[in-house]
Design a protein around this ligand. Structure first.
Ligand code: SF4
Length: 153
């Protein structure tokens, strides 16, 4: 829902903190999840993650969440799915060149980023290319996996 997208960017600080808590919880639980089998966790976790993120961000479940870096504005709602935006066509009034009825998701991302503490702002970090093999998978689980890998190395 478009109005919720805007709301989420306005409340990016709270939502980013909530994301951290989810990640920390999954990192703590990770050894237990491994025993059960990470593959088996994927579906039940997506049962919660997908509707929650669809409602708040119009998430497209790309499996590689950048919300923490983009002011809680999902770049997958850009008609060109640009992961490092905006494109050259964003209008002077901040509207999208492809869908003039909506604000450019990268303008919203910039606004959402301004609500974060300076040390939390990561919008200028270049995002890697999208791995389409991860579409539909749990981005929360991927983030926890990455954190666990870093802690174990
Ligand atoms: S104006 Fe913004 S939302 Fe529209 S296509 Fe360009 S980057 Fe994407």
């Amino acid at each position: 829902m478009y109005a919720m997208r805007r709301w989420s960017a306005r409340h990016s600080s709270t939502l980013k903190a909530l994301y951290h808590q989810i990640e920390n919880l999954l990192v703590k639980l990770y050894p237990k999840l491994e025993k059960v089998g990470i593959q088996k966790i994927e579906k039940p976790l997506m049962f919660i993650e997908k509707p929650a993120k669809s409602f708040l961000f119009d998430s497209q479940s790309c499996g590689q969440c950048t919300l923490g870096s983009t002011g809680m504005s999902c770049p997958m709602n850009c008609p060109k799915t640009i992961r490092n935006g905006p494109c050259g066509g964003v209008r002077a009034n901040g509207k999208c060149e492809v869908k003039p009825e909506m604000d450019c998701v990268w303008v919203v991302a910039w606004e959402g980023t301004q609500n974060l503490k300076p040390e939390e702002r990561a919008i200028q970090i270049v995002q890697p290319m999208l791995d389409w093999r991860l579409k539909g998978k749990s981005a929360w689980l991927r983030a926890a996996e990455q954190k666990v890998r870093e802690l174990r190395s």
